[in-house]
Design a binder for this molecule. Structure first.
Ligand code: ADP
Length: 637
């Protein structure tokens, strides 16, 4: 219910389209009803030629007579008579009938034919207007839902994206929203419209003969129970279908992104079988949902036919009995009203099953909209625009869920200092640097920047202080220029982009590209080498001129040649900046002011290269390990 209300709330924002759409809908329903009433005079006044006394042979005579009689009727009614009562107006029909009986049949046929055309034009104009308004409403609501979902996704922490597969998010944003658009909004609007029609036709049928109506629709409750049962089944399988869809998207996405590894290990068959398995499951659930939905149509037909047959049998008998006074024209109108009623009922049943399917998607969309961001900005946060003194970590501990990764870390990084973090894999270096710009929140302790706890700072202003280069070069399928520009929070000139590229030693290869800065990167930058991509990442990190730079194993994925170039880029980029660098090759951090040695989530030693070499056995071990690796071939020579 909450999910429905939320969607309606979004929809009600567009109350203009909604109101106008409703007005059109009422017009459509009214003219649909009116357009079938023309049957009565055709049956009863035109083709029934017995006891007809023709007095009116021209349109003006007909019009004059009708207007005159109606006028004299209304001027003759009591002042106390309420004009709001239907009974007050009922005699108008008798007047109409009387006047039509005195009118030439062919003239009447022409009048009624013209009237029919006008009524159908009006009915369809309202239908079209309604469709346009509700299409606007649906489009705008769906657009808002997608925007809200994406906004909420971007508010989530990295931890969320670690846990939730991208495929699932994609399916929710694309397919589930589409399901809601087609399977929820269209049916809901259709139910509105069909209910309008049902009411009009019901009203007509009740006016003509309510008893006959009650007998005719005797099978309707059974039909309703069946439809309800079907709805539940459909919902059950729709939920499974969407679940499989998420699995399928995630697996496809993963396989396509890892095609190099899939091929290198000849695992095409394995991947194909995995997708086949998911696809088969998806097919089974989808089939079940569709098969249950397909029962709807025959069921509706049986309901319609039974209702129709009962009505014809009983109604027909009534017409045949002259004592009852049920004319053929009235019966025909009644039958038309009831048959016209059955179509919207069928439509409502179909819409109901579609809505059941779409409600599953609605739940899945609501799940996204209800996600609470884990990293929350304080109310009235402190805005920080510069970094003046130091970053302080005080007794910081951190755990991924219940896995403790950092334990009681205390460290002060002064402005302008170059700090290197070293330690074995899994010792918590990356986690530590991720805590600084609040990509994750600390569990215990405090991190202060210039004396202010980072949780009191405006998150965007905190993050603007950092430029980050990670091991993976994550770039967008956009031009080189735009990729570098991405790191800036203000408009920058081409000159500034070029300057950043020069510092990052990227200008030298960018200028050799056929389109220079306009060269577009392929997906995941596959048309650039690892070293080139990393230099673009460095240019992106420094274009916003952040006072603090973080390098998380920025060179470890590169070959020695590229590493040298990137190292030069890093050296230039880090001048006059505070730097926290994680490096797997110790040779790249020898010039750091201080080296922090980490092991199993703790800082075990801090000092310069020389100091650590003399005092820290863990550092000595790391150093010896690399020294022997790096120099062994040379020494052999
Ligand atoms: P390092 O950078 O020193 O290699 P990390 O900070 O990446 O170490 O990881 C420290 C520990 O935290 C490791 O044991 C790793 O398995 C674990 N870890 C890292 N990221 C996550 C995560 N998103 N969820 C759970 N555990 C994680």
């Amino acid at each position: 219910m909450k999910n429905l209300l939320r969607i309606y709330r979004i929809m009600f924002k567009y109350w203009g389209s909604l109101t106008v759409g409703f007005i059109f809908m009422i017009g459509f329903a009214a003219f649909s009803g009116a357009s079938i009433t023309v049957i009565v005079p055709i049956m009863d006044n035109i083709f029934k030629v017995q006891d007809k006394k023709v007095e009116l042979t021209t349109y003006s005579e007909f019009k004059g007579e009708l207007a005159g009689e109606i006028k004299s009727y209304y001027s003759g009614i009591d002042e106390d008579t309420s004009l709001l009562k239907i009974d007050t107006h009922k005699p108008v029909l008798e007047i109409l009938n009387r006047v039509m009986n005195r009118t030439d049949s062919y003239l009447l046929l022409k009048i009624i034919s013209s009237l029919t055309v006008i009524l159908f034009i009006l009915k369809n104009a309202f239908f079209y207007g309604n469709k346009v308004m509700f299409t606007n409403l649906r489009g705008k609501t769906v657009k808002d839902i997608r925007n809200l979902m994406f906004e909420n996704y971007t508010r989530q922490t990295i931890a969320f994206f670690n846990q939730n597969r991208a495929g699932d998010s994609l399916v929710r944003m694309v397919n589930d929203v589409e399901q809601v658009s087609n399977g929820f909004f269209i049916p809901v609007f259709s139910i509105f419209k069909q209910t309008g029609l049902v009411l009009v036709y019901l009203f007509m049928a009740i006016l003509i003969n309510w008893k006959l109506l009650l007998i005719s629709i005797i099978v309707l409750p059974i039909f309703t129970i069946c439809i309800n049962y079907l709805g539940k089944k459909i919902k059950k399988y729709a939920r499974r279908v969407q679940g499989q869809f998420s699995d399928m998207f995630s697996s496809i996405e993963e396989a396509l992104n890892s095609m190099k590894i899939v091929k290198a290990f000849s695992k095409e068959e394995k991947e194909i079988n995995k997708i086949k398995r998911i696809n088969t499951k998806h097919y089974r659930f989808w089939r079940k949902a569709e098969i249950y939905a397909a029962i709807n149509f025959p069921l509706s037909e049986i309901n319609a036919t039974t209702t129709g047959v009962i009505m014809i049998l009983i109604g027909g008998k009534m017409v045949l009995d002259p004592n009852i006074g049920f004319t053929f024209g009235q019966f025909f109108l009644f039958a038309s009203a009831v048959f016209s009623l059955l179509h919207p009922i069928k439509d409502i049943a179909k819409s109901y099953s579609n809505i059941q399917k779409a409600r599953v998607s609605l739940e899945r969309i609501s799940w996204v909209l209800d996600l609470e961001p884990e990293i929350i900005e304080k109310q009235n946060p402190v805005e920080i625009n510069e970094f003046n003194a130091s970053i302080e970590l005080k007794n910081v501990s951190f755990a991924y869920e219940d896995k403790k990764v950092l334990n009681d870390i205390s460290l002060e990084i002064k402005k302008g200092e170059k700090i290197a973090l070293v330690g074995g894999s899994g010792s918590g270096k990356t986690t530590l640097v991720n805590l600084l710009p609040r990509l994750y929140d600390i569990k215990e302790g405090d991190i202060l920047i210039d004396g202010v706890p980072i949780r009191d700072l405006k998150i965007s202003s905190l993050r603007k202080l950092f430029g980050i280069v990670t091991q993976e070069s994550i770039l967008f399928s956009d031009s080189v220029y735009n990729n570098i520009l991405y790191g800036s929070h203000r408009d920058v000139t081409l000159e500034e982009v070029k300057k950043a590229a020069e510092i990052a030693h990227a200008a030298e290869f960018i200028e050799d590209l056929p389109d220079g800065y306009d060269t577009v990167l392929h997906s995941r930058g596959s048309n650039f080498s690892g070293g080139q991509k990393q230099r673009l990442c460095i240019a992106r990190a420094i274009i916003g001129d952040p006072p603090i730079l973080i390098f998380d194993e920025a060179t470890s994925a590169l070959d020695t040649e590229s590493e040298k170039k990137v190292q030069m880029a890093i050296e230039e980029a880090t001048q006059n900046r505070t730097v926290v660098m994680i490096a797997h090759r110790l040779s790249t951090i020898l010039s750091s002011d201080r080296i922090v040695v980490m092991d199993k989530g703790e800082i075990i030693s801090v000092g310069s290269h020389k100091e650590l070499l003399a005092t820290c056995s863990r550092y000595q071990h790391l150093y010896n390990l690399q020294f022997s690796q790096e120099h062994a071939p040379e020494e052999k020579k």
